[in-house]
Design a protein around this ligand. Structure first.
Ligand code: SF4
Ligand code: SF4
Length: 432
């Protein structure tokens, strides 16, 4: 595919080799799992169990069939020990079910007939409680419904991992190509798409994308491979859209051309959809990258939802007391204060880091212009930051802050340690 050269961005040291070379490990469920009912944006699902209820592995414990919500299932068989109020740093305030694991793995068997209609696939994804695997954490059935409404003609698998340590998409494609393309086929059927593109960062081994193309070919999907330079934030959907479809977008601007109707999916989404629709398995696990310079054995692991971060880090080992533990990616993730937090469906990585750059509002701009040169959106982050500090809303009007994708490139490069992204986020909130 012909790619448009991206503007701005950062060449980051990716540090993913050690985790990418190790096979995906499976973490056994701990003695207790902690399940915040609210696992995605939208409404909290209705609780189906109470203290003392016996549950089976895969049994629904909260029903998300009404409104914009997402069902929740038990990843273990055991007993509901308590229902408590909980404030998750990523998932927000919610009730949480604590389930003690009887270690018997007694499965819940839901009766499900085979389906391959669009409505059937959406219904199966909904009852499986799948949450979108990128950081926007929306109920996946709702995303599929919208893709279908938009009459999407091309599905793009976004496997462009250009942030340090993160390599779970690469490992999923490497080890589960058949499962991933079976999920892709279901998604294409559901949304009515005829074409599929796999966007991968250039640094991943050629055999990974070749394996995906071969697996797709076996089920009659011609997968076009697009190699993307491993520069941050090239995995951003807005960037990929511009890079892959520059000509169509230009034609549209000159009028007469049709805007390409595409949707982005992730390898983890494809696996979740395949398991839900073909195997009747709800989302009770997630494959995550566990890494960082404080981790002894960086690797990708399939972890039951509700496992505490402390259990995950104990499994991988810590060579140093981490200065910072981040849920999600290093550039956009959320630092947590306690390791007692459970993993939820929308968290794709746990990073334990030795030392982190501290930023504060007393930082100064020395007018070096570096933030301007790396901004992929062509904004003026220094101007925005200075006006945001003064809450000068009038001056901010002409600076297009809505176009900021909050990638963090400007703050990362800034020698004056200006907290530019925090300032932009706050000013966006204040402007609502
Ligand atoms: S990188 Fe930092 S110091 Fe340099 S112009 Fe931007 S805000 Fe100012
Ligand atoms: S966070 Fe916003 S302003 Fe900063 S580089 Fe990214 S897009 Fe530009």
């Amino acid at each position: 595919m012909m790619l448009k050269r991206p503007r701005g961005g950062l060449w980051l040291e990716l540090n993913k080799t050690t985790a990418a070379e190790r096979p995906i490990a499976e973490l056994k469920a701990p003695a207790r799992v902690y399940l915040p009912l609210k696992q995605c944006k939208g409404e909290t699902p209705s609780l189906l169990v109470g203290r003392g209820s016996r549950v089976l592995k895969g049994q629904p414990i909260a029903d998300g069939s009404h409104g914009l919500s997402c069902s929740l299932h038990s990843p273990v068989s055991g007993t509901v020990e308590s229902i408590v109020e909980y404030n998750h740093p990523v998932g927000g305030k919610s009730m949480m079910a604590v389930i003690s694991n009887d270690r018997c793995d007694m499965p819940y068997k839901a009766v499900q007939s085979r389906t391959d209609s669009a409505e059937g696939i959406i219904a199966r994804v909904k009852s499986a409680g799948i949450v979108s695997s990128n950081d926007f954490s929306k109920p996946y059935w709702e995303k599929l419904r919208r893709f279908r409404e938009r009459k999407v003609n091309t599905v793009i698998i976004n496997a462009v991992e250009v942030e340090p340590y993160i390599c779970s998409s690469q490992k999923i494609m490497d080890e589960l190509p058949d499962v991933t393309v079976a999920g892709l086929e279901l998604i294409m059927k559901c949304v009515g798409a005829k074409k599929a593109v796999l966007a991968v960062s250039d640094d991943i081994p050629e055999e990974v994308s070749r394996g995906m193309a071969e697996a797709a070919h076996l089920i009659d999907i011609e997968l076009t491979i697009a190699h993307i330079p491993p520069k941050y934030p090239n995995g951003d959907e807005q960037f990929l859209m511009r890079a892959l479809f520059a000509h169509e977008i230009e034609a549209q601007m000159k009028k007469g051309g049709k805007r390409p109707e595409v949707c982005f999916v992730y390898p983890q989404d494809c696996v979740n959809v395949q398991r839900a629709v073909n195997d009747g398995v709800p989302q009770i696990t997630r494959i995550i990258t566990v890494a960082g310079d404080a981790v002894t054995n960086p690797q990708n692991i399939e972890v039951p939802i509700g496992t505490k971060i402390s259990d995950i880090l104990n499994y991988c080992g810590l060579s140093f007391d981490p200065d910072r533990v981040v849920l999600g990616s290093p550039m956009r993730g959320v630092a947590i204060q306690s390791l007692d937090v459970p993993i939820t469906k929308s968290v794709g990585a746990v990073l334990a880091l030795k030392a982190a750059q501290r930023r504060n509002t007393k930082s100064i701009c020395i007018n070096c212009g570096k933030c301007v040169s790396v901004c992929p959106q062509g904004l003026l982050p220094n101007y925005i930051a200075m006006r945001a500090v003064k809450a000068d809303f009038e001056a901010l009007k002409g600076l297009n802050i809505d176009e900021c994708i909050e990638c963090g490139s400007c703050a990362y490069i800034c020698p004056g340690r200006m907290p530019i992204v925090e300032l932009i986020k706050n000013i966006k909130k204040a402007a609502i």
